[in-house]
Design a protein around this ligand. Structure first.
Ligand code: URP
Ligand code: ZN
Ligand code: ZN
Length: 485
């Protein structure tokens, strides 16, 4: 018998990349895409995708799995349950965070994070680094070596007592990122404004979940976003503002980009599909939607949609930070008798990220299919140094592919999700799209409504230096101080 030309052929694929739409069969061998053409020879396995969108697997460039917390809370998802959930929602690569402890080294953070992820992930994964203790040893000695070894993105916090850096420390890290070609991700909220306002709210007995939102108003995010942009401009180095929530922060980013600065930005489902009103759900249920920055109003929601459509945002991530609700280590820490500061920040969304955006973005015409691919897969892969292995459909890329069913009518129900969390903030929301098949390196990890992957299939990815999504301008003229550094 003739041997098959391919391990798998996806027939009649209606393919979208970040730039093109075309019809082809996809030939897969040894986990890679090796042919894109009409009427390919046979595969050992074949899938007919006629009438369906076939897109690159999602790259979720911001999620929290098995991350140690300092406040007694415990994340509900580890690398197995988190990546299982991701796969079922069409994501094939995740990038969670190896967090440095205060007083600890980055090397220890990386070692510990490999220890909890090795043999656990169902899809491929890389690590960002969180620098929480910017000592000279950390910044000047450890960071360059880790960037060289494939940990090429660094998250910096401007708030949270256990994580925050001051501006000078941020500059120390940005200077190394600039020299070594790493990407700096910044959580932009003004920590002193939040602390000042929180003290006053609590003193007045204003403790309910909705006051979490009031304690972090738009101006807090806008000021810090402006400052982060200025620090990046000061050192002529790219930055990426994570989880942007408001119209005002979006405007800051847009203005910076229009001045030619290398400022990238990420937004997340919670800023499109939740508002401040969700923090005021009956009882203590608003706690389910507590995240930082908090969900805003309808005007900001609209600005975030526009920012996705007009290219202000390059990255659409889940910021999956899952805590159970009915759990003493979760959202009800302190319970109704506590206050909003006792509620761990973050919401689950790793599985619903892509279906929500496909259904509410592409199918309503708010964004086109190429933009969907760009912000959910291609641009995150570029920005974090995984492209073109990840984030696109081309010859030589990993066969990370999602065949979409965009003629479905379903309702989001937590009982149908695959995370390890006892709620979803999107319970009851109707959807019209869900993956039919998710392939990670040519192997189905989700098919016919079932998780078909396994723990340990996912491979660790070393990241290259970022591929900027646009050319880096030369600011030499406006930053003469850089010549003497
Ligand atoms: O509230 C949030 N976003 N929690 C996750 C941690 C972070 O800052 O991304
Ligand atoms: Zn953050
Ligand atoms: Zn996060």
């Amino acid at each position: 018998m003739e041997p098959h030309a391919f391990d798998l052929v996806i027939r009649n694929a209606h393919i979208a990349t970040a730039t093109d739409v075309f019809d082809a069969d996809i030939g897969i061998r040894d986990g890679k895409i090796v042919a894109l053409a009409q009427s390919l020879a046979s595969g050992a396995e074949e899938i007919d995708a006629a009438g369906r969108w076939v897109l690159p697997g999602g790259v979720d460039a911001h999620c929290h799995l098995s991350q140690p917390m300092n406040d007694g809370s415990v994340l509900a998802d580890d690398f197995f349950t988190g990546t299982r959930s991701a796969a079922c929602g069409g994501t094939t690569t995740v990038i969670p965070f190896a967090v440095q402890k205060k007083g600890g080294t980055l090397e220890q953070a990386i070692t510990d994070y490999h220890a909890v992820s090795d043999g656990e992930a169902c899809i491929d994964y890389a690590f960002h680094i969180i620098v929480a203790d910017a000592t000279p040893h950390t910044v000047e000695f450890e960071l360059p070596g880790l960037i060289e070894r494939g940990y090429t993105s660094i998250k910096l916090y401007m708030t949270y007592d256990d994580l925050k850096l001051d501006d000078r420390q941020i500059l120390d890290v940005l200077a190394i990122a600039r020299r070594e070609g790493a990407m700096s991700m910044i959580h932009a909220e003004n920590t002193d404004c939040i602390a000042w306002l929180t003290d006053r709210l609590l003193a007045k007995g204003l403790t309910a979940p909705r006051f979490h939102g009031l304690s972090r108003p738009n101006v807090v995010e806008r000021e810090a976003t402006h400052r982060a942009i200025s620090l990046g401009e000061f050192l002529d180095t790219p930055i990426l503002i994570v989880h942007v929530s408001s119209e005002e922060a979006t405007d800051q980013i847009r203005q910076a980009q229009s001045r030619g600065l290398s400022v990238y930005a990420e937004t997340c489902p919670q800023y499109l599909f939740l508002t401040a009103a969700d923090l005021d759900r009956p009882g203590f249920h608003g706690a389910m939607c507590i995240c930082s920055p908090p969900p805003r109003d309808a005007t900001s929601q609209q600005a975030i949609w526009e920012g996705l459509a007009n290219g202000t945002f390059q990255v659409f991530s889940s910021d999956h930070a899952p805590f159970n609700y009915n759990d003493p280590k979760g959202k009800k820490v302190g319970g109704e008798h506590g206050n909003f500061t006792h509620v761990p920040n973050g919401i689950p969304g790793i599985e619903t990220r892509l279906p929500l955006l496909f259904s509410e973005g592409v199918m309503t015409g708010r964004i086109d299919i190429n933009k969907f691919v760009a912000v959910t897969a291609t641009d995150p892969a570029k920005i974090y140094g995984l492209y073109p292995r990840k984030g696109t459909i081309c010859i030589g890329a990993d066969a990370d592919i999602v065949i979409w069913d965009a003629s479905t009518n379903i309702t989001i129900k937590n009982e149908n999700l695959h995370h390890n969390v006892d709620y979803t903030p999107y319970e009851g929301r109707p959807l019209h799209a869900w993956p039919a098949v998710t392939l990670c390196r040519g192997v189905p990890v989700y098919q016919d409504g079932q998780f078909t992957g396994r723990a340990g299939y996912g491979a660790f990815l070393r990241c290259e230096r970022p591929t900027p999504a646009k050319p880096k301008p030369n600011f030499g003229k406006s930053t003469p101080w850089l010549d003497i550094l």
